[in-house]
Design a protein around this ligand. Structure first.
Ligand code: AMP
Ligand code: ZN
Length: 465
């Protein structure tokens, strides 16, 4: 089945045709590194990792370039640095915050089974490209200098006679309505309320760089220009897929698209714009004040990363997802079962049914239905290696069956040796047809929270949650 993806810009599911099948290119907006990522941030990580894996499967591992940036210049970083390292010069404190947060982020996404992207560019290493884009935009008449700022003018973009897309097309807004609806306290250096910052002067002590366009004071980039510059540097003027969470459509992606299209006099930035829906926790918006704000790190203390991963994929990526303990418990039971059946299987060919489900705009609920079918076949001894290969392709079964089991035992404090002994005593009792004794042992195990399953392959056990 051909790959079809839903595009936010054209609001349609369309066949995916790469610009260059020998180098399929995807950009996803990455984290601003100042604090632990939360479980909502894990959604784009997991969703676009599944897409990355699918593209590698379809086009070949060496023929996909996945870029996910690290935003390491931002007000939130500066505030955190001053708070956490008050004794250090600000620049040093900032470096400490960004290095530490980046390390935590990598540990988290590795534990979620996400492959590292091909390139993870840092904003501070692409200031030259940002300045060049800004110069181009000023020369083209799309941006102007005012009070040491450089501002982009959506009005100028929409009145230019050229191939450019319309500002507002991605987020389905009209510029006139945006102007009419904008608040009155617009910064004095803006010609229009909808103009946005490409570059601004730095405050004393903040990280700063030589400014573009003849501005004499040092400055720092706006957020949107960072992604346009990094995508250009690593993927070229146009590329295949641009992704992120739905909240990024406006203003971030609308502005990235505007900057890149105007800088390169192009009708597009990416061929497909993909956005994941939002995650809420136990039916409520995640917020620190209501106490249902969960970091990936906290979730990983309670659940293996693969459980979080499976739980995330049960919902289609464009729908909202309600993150509940009940669903997580069910995902954990599913993975215990999959590990028991395929954890020690060799790898074969991944299943076509699963690839087809993913090829339909990443239909992961359908993918999971197919996995259950494969599981049932594998449980009766058919195509266990195909089931295992499919799970591994999707980022599951990264541990051996024994590792998975011993992790559960550590988590529950159960003594595996004792359980194995009871199970072999039970088998012996059954062999001599002492069913009273074998039932007694089964009940003893159940009282310990151990569930046993008999099959042709022998008896397996797991801890009931
Ligand atoms: P941020 O750090 O807020 O820029 O977010 C990083 C990524 O996580 C972006 O792609 C966001 O769209 C996404 N994101 C943030 N919060 C949520 C959420 N609650 N559910 C799903 N995605 C989210
Ligand atoms: Zn971005």
């Amino acid at each position: 089945m051909e790959l079809r993806l839903y595009d936010t810009l054209t609001k349609a599911k369309r066949p995916f045709t790469p610009l260059d099948p020998s180098n399929v290119r995807m950009y996803v907006c990455g984290p601003t590194v100042y604090d632990f990522a939360h479980i909502g941030n894990a959604r784009p990580i997991i969703v676009f990792d599944v897409l990355f894996r699918l593209l590698r499967h379809l086009y070949g591992e060496k023929h996909v370039t996945y870029v996910r940036n690290i935003t390491d210049v931002d007000d939130k970083i500066n505030v955190r640095a001053a708070r956490d390292f008050p004794g250090l010069p600000l620049n040093e404190a900032i470096r400490k915050v960004t290095e530490l947060t980046e390390k935590q982020f990598h540990e988290d996404v590795d534990a979620l089974g996400a492959l590292r992207p091909t390139v993870e560019p840092r904003a501070t290493e692409h200031i030259v490209e940002m300045r060049e884009l800004i110069e181009r935009l000023v020369h083209g008449g799309f941006a102007y200098v005012a009070e040491d700022h450089v501002l982009f003018s959506p009005q100028a973009m929409n009145t230019a006679k050229s191939v450019l897309p319309r500002y507002g097309a991605l987020s389905n807004r009209s510029l006139d309505e945006m102007i009419a609806g904008s608040r009155v306290d617009v910064a004095p250096y803006k010609r229009d309320s909808t103009d946005f910052v490409l570059w601004k002067p730095a405050k004393p002590g903040e990280p700063s760089w030589q400014s573009p366009s003849g501005i004499s004071v040092p400055g720092r980039p706006g957020w949107h220009i960072e992604c346009s510059a990094m995508a250009w540097k690593h993927l070229g003027e146009q590329f295949d897929i641009h992704g992120g969470g739905i909240d990024l459509v406006f203003p971030h992606h609308e502005n990235e698209l505007a900057q890149s299209a105007c800088a390169f006099h192009s009708d597009r930035m990416a061929n497909v714009w993909m956005h994941n829906g939002f995650l809420q926790v136990e039916s409520e918006k995640m917020s620190k004040s209501t106490g249902n704000f969960i970091t990936i790190r906290e979730s990983l203390a309670e659940w293996p990363g693969e459980v979080l991963r499976l739980n995330m994929l049960k919902t289609h990526y464009r729908s909202p997802i309600d993150w509940t303990s009940k669903a997580l418990e069910e995902s954990a039971r599913t993975l215990d079962d999959w590990y028991a059946i395929a954890g020690d299987a060799r790898s074969g060919q991944p299943s076509d049914a699963v690839i087809d489900a993913l090829s339909d705009d990443l239909n992961t609920p359908q993918m999971i239905t197919s996995l259950h079918g494969l599981r049932n076949a594998a449980a009766s001894g058919n195509h266990r290696d195909a089931f295992a290969a499919t799970l591994r392709l999707l980022g599951f079964l990264s541990e051996s069956k024994a590792e998975w089991k011993s992790r559960k035992q550590r988590a529950s404090g159960v003594d595996a040796k004792q359980i194995d002994d009871l199970i072999s005593n039970r088998a012996a009792a059954r062999a001599r047809k002492d069913f009273k004794e074998s039932d007694r042992i089964r009940d003893e195990l159940a009282a310990m929270g151990v569930v046993i399953k008999d099959s042709k392959e022998g008896t397996t056990w797991e801890i009931a949650r």
